[in-house]
Write a protein of this length. Structure first.
Length: 273
């Protein structure tokens, strides 16, 4: 359970996410607040945190194997962030070496705000690895604190630097604030770097505000040192907002993440249009 909040300092621990066991089902909750919004739309990286963590918590039940996210897909709405989000998950496949979950995020009124799918690899603990403890779900829920919230825009707090907006080149230092308890860059923080790169590239091209609504991530390698830098290319005409993103750990030269994302215009209709 490497993505569980382990302190009050890391950014993932300060996203305002809560947890509960309701009628025997583990759920995550989130009340969107301004720091998590981009043009009034909830950041897809925040949705990614909900999707990744709830699936990981429910699936992670083997004390002899690490559960590692390999592939993650999120499809979300482009509208104004809805209140009272609740994330639930369904196990689609659970094997000895790999597993897959489906996740749905609904608002307080029951409307679907996002859906996701997560694939995990299960890797045996090595002899020198620290012991792995599996907690009951009600104890896991107690690790989440909705009162912990970042005090500025998510991208700014994470320290993402824009190097070339038109080309979608951004960079982040891998500080303790964006690492998980295992010491590597947390999955939703990886998603945030991808999201920022796509926002910059598409907004620069279209000349107006956009939000990333579709995200496909392939986690290829963990990142402990960094910095991490993005490179992007268009997939089709720029007005379609589809982009391929690659993240590279500059300390090793390794490609750590391959992503596909789509951003849409959220400017709204022109006056009188």
């Amino acid at each position: 359970m490497t993505d569980l909040p382990a302190d009050d300092f890391s950014i993932p621990a300060r996203l305002g996410v809560g947890a509960r066991v309701h009628n025997g089902e583990f759920q995550l909750t989130l009340e969107p607040f301004p720091a998590l919004l981009h043009h009034d739309v909830l950041r897809i990286s925040a949705m990614t945190f909900l999707v990744d963590v709830i699936a990981g918590v429910v699936m992670d039940s083997d004390p002899d194997r690490w559960l590692l996210t390999t592939d993650l897909t999120v499809r979300s709405l482009a509208g104004v962030a809805a209140p009272g989000l609740i994330a639930t998950t369904q196990v689609l496949r659970q094997g000895r070496r790999s597993s897959t979950c489906h996740v749905e995020v609904v608002a307080a009124d029951g409307s679907t705000q996002a859906v996701g799918a997560v694939a995990f690899a299960q890797v045996p603990l090595r002899p020198n690895d620290p012991p792995k403890h599996i907690l009951p779900l009600d104890e896991v829920a107690e690790l989440f604190d909705t009162s912990l919230r970042i005090d500025g825009p998510l991208r700014d707090v994470a320290g993402i630097e824009v190097l070339d907006a038109a080309a979608g080149v951004v960079q982040i230092d891998v500080t303790s604030a964006v690492r998980n308890p295992a010491g590597t860059m947390q999955g939703a923080m990886v998603a945030l770097v991808v999201e920022a790169a796509v926002e910059e590239m598409v907004e620069k091209s279209l000349g107006g505000p956009v939000a990333v609504v579709d995200l496909d991530l392939r986690y290829l390698a963990t990142t402990s040192d960094g910095p991490v830098r993005s490179s992007c290319r268009w997939l089709g005409p720029s007005e379609q907002g589809s982009v391929e993103v690659r993240l590279t750990d500059l300390s090793t030269g390794a490609l750590t993440t391959l992503a596909y994302a789509r951003a849409v215009d959220v400017a709204g209709p022109a006056p009188g249009g």
